[in-house]
Design a binder for this molecule. Structure first.
Ligand code: ATP
Ligand code: MG
Ligand code: MG
Length: 548
């Protein structure tokens, strides 16, 4: 599948303005409120809003809510929130369900023109009659019903005289068309269900292929942008616009659907993960949903920059999730304050540091942005370092702590490991080190060099915190066609560590973002973090081999 760069769409818009076909550009983002938005939707939002904006045009947010069974007001609210959070303002907020009256009238018009008929065949029979790519379809016995009979049956469908599936309304187009979408597609189905907006007013609902072009035409959409799988439906889209005598003639244009490696994007699968409690809600930080990315610590700026890159690159197939990560690193590099956090702590006692003394050390908040100033961090006889920064029997080229070795403590002093304390199982539980007061950071000490610099936090004032480290939700395969994606779930997609952060983190608020020295970028989890028990989500680690 080839991704279509959006500049091809821009070219069409430019031409349509030049030729006078349109004097303004109107687009729409038309989500079905049957789930939360994901990063694929962000691509669609970006294309629709930014193209219209380039031409001083307008973009509507339209809920494509024509299927009462799957839709819910919770989804409507979350979609509005996500679009706003991404930084877009819609011109109008519309619900397709508010057009049900017009759609019904248009269906009647088609029947009166002899272009639609009520079908008695079951869904299975309709499929069977439809034929295949190599075999033409067969005409149904219902196809030759009189207009009067069709009008009567359709009215009775609307009045609730039939059960679900008993009848449908079909377009009368061409059962031998090489395009299967034109073999008398279904326009209306019966569904005795309460709709989130229209309640019990209707028991017949329009199909997407019929409803969407009418929605676009009603709103005066000039360019109806959708993903490539709708390409074969374009002739039907045009048929509906023409035969329903819509005044405005929107043009459907397709662009490449976004797929990301190592995750799932279809709402059906996302929903399954949520409903089976495999993840912590639609906003689980491992999900590619907008709310998941937000909770993970992504910013709207990073997501928009990613979409912009997609729009200009001609890459096809699944996009490497590392490309998305590249943009959040770029965005946070200069924005996020830097601080130290110990994720898996090991106590260190500095035996020659005076007992009871605490000194405050100066540390830059972000060395790349000196205007961000400095912070004060306490130092004393007891600190925590990372368990992984000590090895009793290190391999060659291990420059961190080991017995007899000296390292630099970031922002503080050199310390040297003198003694290793173990518990009865032989597990290292504490280190005894000495420090050299001459080596204080910032004093210009050059007497000797050490190869390793490690981070730490002062033990008596450190704040305990939980760190949630994420790995790909899906191993190797992005998605499986046969629906067994659950077999590919990474059992280690979430790792929880309990450690400490600097005391100045006590003022950290939900969604504050930090760079933890050597560990990466972290976000204060808006769902589980509290003043008394901080929870940080790792957005992304610091380094990657990924290149744009
Ligand atoms: P899903 O298969 O995930 O349910 P959908 O296309 O049914 O997706 P809608 O709510 O109908 O979801 O989508 C709203 C708009 O977003 C549509 O115009 C659709 O084409 C677009 N969109 C959805 N998924 C993607 C994607 N992965 N990449 C680009 N655009 C997408
Ligand atoms: Mg859809
Ligand atoms: Mg869908």
């Amino acid at each position: 599948e080839k991704a279509t760069p959006s500049n091809f769409i821009r070219d069409i818009m430019v031409e349509d303005l030049h030729s006078g076909k349109h004097d303004t550009i109107i687009t729409r983002f038309p989500p079905e409120p049957n789930g939360y938005l994901h990063i694929g939707h962000a691509k669609s939002i970006f294309i629709n809003f930014s193209l219209a904006d380039e031409f001083n045009g307008k973009t509507n947010l339209r809920f494509d809510d024509t299927n009462p069974l799957k839709e819910d007001i919770e989804f409507v609210e979350s979609i509005k929130e996500d679009v706003k959070w991404l930084g877009y303002e819609w011109e109008n907020l519309f619900f397709a369900s508010n057009y049900f009256d017009v759609m019904y009238e248009k269906a009647i018009l088609l029947i009166k023109k002899g272009l639609a008929y009520v079908e008695d065949l079951s869904a299975d029979e309709i499929r069977e009659y439809r034929g295949t790519l190599t075999e033409p379809g067969k005409e149904s016995p219902s196809r030759n019903r009189s207009i009067e009979e069709n009008l009567d049956l359709f009215t009775r469908m609307k009045n609730g005289e039939f059960a679900n599936g008993e009848k449908v309304l079909r377009a009368k187009i061409d059962m031998s068309s090489p395009n299967i979408n034109l073999r008398d597609p279904v326009l209306y189905r019966i569904s005795h269900a309460t709709h989130h907006n229209t309640g019990d007013k209707w028991c017949i609902y329009p199909m997407y292929a019929f409803a969407h072009p009418i929605e676009d035409a009603i709103e005066g959409i000039t360019h109806s942008l959708c993903t490539v799988e709708f390409e074969d439906q374009r002739p039907l889209y045009n048929w509906v616009v023409e035969k329903c005598e819509m005044e405005s003639k929107p043009r459907q244009i397709e662009f490449g659907r976004l797929n990301l490696t190592n995750t799932v994007m279809s709402k059906r699968k996302l929903k399954q993960l949520v409903e089976e409690n495999i993840v912590d809600g639609w906003d689980d930080p491992r999900l590619p949903t907008i709310s998941g990315l937000r909770r993970r610590g992504f910013t709207p700026e990073a997501i928009r920059a990613f979409c912009e890159e997609l729009a200009i690159s001609k890459s096809s197939g699944a996009v490497d999730v590392q490309m998305l990560e590249h943009f959040i690193r770029e965005d946070l590099k200069l924005k996020a304050p830097r601080t130290m956090a110990v994720l898996k702590p090991l106590k260190v006692v500095i035996t020659n540091y005076p007992e009871g003394q605490v000194e405050m050390l100066d540390a830059e908040i972000n060395p790349e942005v000196p205007e961000m100033g400095t912070r004060q961090i306490p130092f004393s006889r007891e600190i925590y370092i990372e368990k992984e920064d000590f090895m009793e029997n290190p391999p060659k080229k291990y420059f961190r702590l080991f017995p007899g070795n000296e390292v630099r403590l970031k922002h503080a002093y050199f310390i040297k490991c003198e003694d290793v304390i173990k518990d009865e199982n032989g597990e290292v539980i504490e280190l005894h080190c000495t420090y050299d007061p001459e080596t204080k950071s910032g004093t210009g000490f050059t007497g000797r060099k050490v190869k390793g610099t490690i981070h730490w936090v002062e033990a008596t004032k450190a704040i305990p915190a939980e760190f949630r480290l994420y790995n790909s939700l899906i191993l190797d395969e992005e998605e499986d066609e046969d629906g067994t994606f659950l077999d590919h779930i990474n059992p280690n997609s979430l790792e929880i560590a309990k450690g400490f952060v600097e005391p100045n983190m006590k003022s950290a608020e939900a969604n504050d973002k930090f760079q933890f020295f050597r560990h990466g970028y972290f976000n204060v989890d808006p769902k589980h973090s509290t003043k008394d028990s901080l929870v940080f989500n790792r957005v992304v680690s610091l380094k990657s081999s990924f290149k744009l």
